[in-house]
Ligand binder design. Structure first.
Ligand SMILES: Nc1nc2c(ncn2[C@@H]2O[C@H](COP(=O)(O)OP(=O)(O)OP(=O)(O)O)[C@@H](O)[C@H]2O)c(=O)[nH]1
Ligand SMILES: [Mg+2]
Length: 298
């Protein structure tokens, strides 16, 4: 059998389960996940190298109606991934009805004329009857090259997902070294893990308003010492992140340190500071400073 490789853009509305699916396919947590919409903010490549295939998945921000400059950039980056890939994997939450985000995605798909696979996720929450109805209603919208139901969370039907992706990849050599699993470095992952712990503990506007920046990293054989800055976009949010008598930030620190210790195999000491950057999500320069650049599709 000949070797195949290529780029698979994983796109869909916020919360559809894109990052959960990519991590499940990789067997590693490369992208953070949460029940808050717009968890993913960067295009993140996850690389799976097998005996006969190198799959380069590109996890993208959920496509939505943007309220701010940041939202516009996130959507743009997802669209760029669709333009640059070999195969589009559109993942939908099977329990949700077709919405405006889906309309945007479908329109792009129609323009791009690329192999497009529809992945109907969260089937663990659906009866067989319901699933049949959902599959029927989606296949009426577009002539997908393939449709696969799955549960990213329960790891159901993932082999079939890989099998179908392979069908649409081109013959070619591996593009990345076998041991490489992501295109993002360790510092990015540290900040993302901390952001995930904040998302888990906050609600409403806060999950959308924070950014995490690494200020200092010192590592010895025995330990890692980190200092990070948590950006919020309003003064009132600073108090919420700190919590009563510092309880909130304490709980974020403990959770992040625990996961980072497991990841790096050594104790991690984490210092965190909170800074207000008023309305940063509407300022292109700030957004860029915080590592959320707009990608060029040229
Ligand atoms: N029941 C169920 N929940 C799932 C499944 N896949 C993902 N989820 C949940 O859906 C939520 C969103 O998952 P994410 O993977 O962060 O979704 P995403 O599409 O990457 O979201 P954004 O990054 O915000 O665009 C999380 O709470 C997941 O646990 C699934 O197969 N079944
Ligand atoms: Mg995501």
């Amino acid at each position: 059998m000949s070797y195949k490789s290529g780029f698979i853009a994983i796109v869909g509305r916020p919360n559809a389960g894109k990052s959960t699916m990519m991590n499940a396919l990789l067997g590693e947590k490369v992208a953070i996940m949460s029940d808050k919409p717009n968890t993913t903010r960067n295009n993140i490549a996850g690389i799976l190298t097998t005996e006969d295939t190198q799959y380069v998945f590109v996890d993208t921000p959920g496509i939505h109606k943007p309220q701010q400059e940041l939202g516009r950039i996130l959507n743009k980056n997802a669209y760029t991934a669709m333009e640059d890939c070999d195969v589009i994997a559109w993942i939908v939450d099977g329990s949700q009805t077709f919405g405006s985000g889906d309309e945007f995605i479908l329109n792009r798909i129609k323009e791009l004329h690329k192999p497009t696979i529809l992945l109907v996720n969260k089937v663990d929450q659906m009866s067989k009857d319901k699933l049949m109805k959902v599959l029927l209603s989606w296949t009426e919208k577009y002539k997908f090259d393939d449709v696969v139901p799955l549960s990213a969370l329960k790891r159901k039907n993932l082999d079939e997902v890989l099998h179908v992706f392979r069908e649409y990849l081109y013959e070619g050599e591996a593009m990345y070294p076998e041991e490489m699993i992501s295109d993002h470095d360790e510092n990015f992952q540290i900040c993302e893990i901390i952001r995930e712990k904040i998302l888990f503990r906050t609600h409403d506007e806060i999950p959308h308003s924070i950014a995490v920046l690494l200020e200092k990293k010192e590592e010895t054989e025995k330990e890692m010492i980190l200092s990070v800055l948590i950006i919020v976009d309003r003064k009132s949010q600073k108090g919420i992140i700190l919590g009563k008598q510092g309880q909130m930030i304490h709980s974020i620190r403990i959770a992040a340190q625990t996961e980072l210790k497991k990841k790096f195999g050594k104790p991690v000491h984490l210092d965190m500071y909170v800074r207000v950057e008023k309305d940063w999500r509407n300022h292109a320069q700030k957004i860029k400073e915080f590592g959320l650049d707009e990608l060029n599709d040229e």
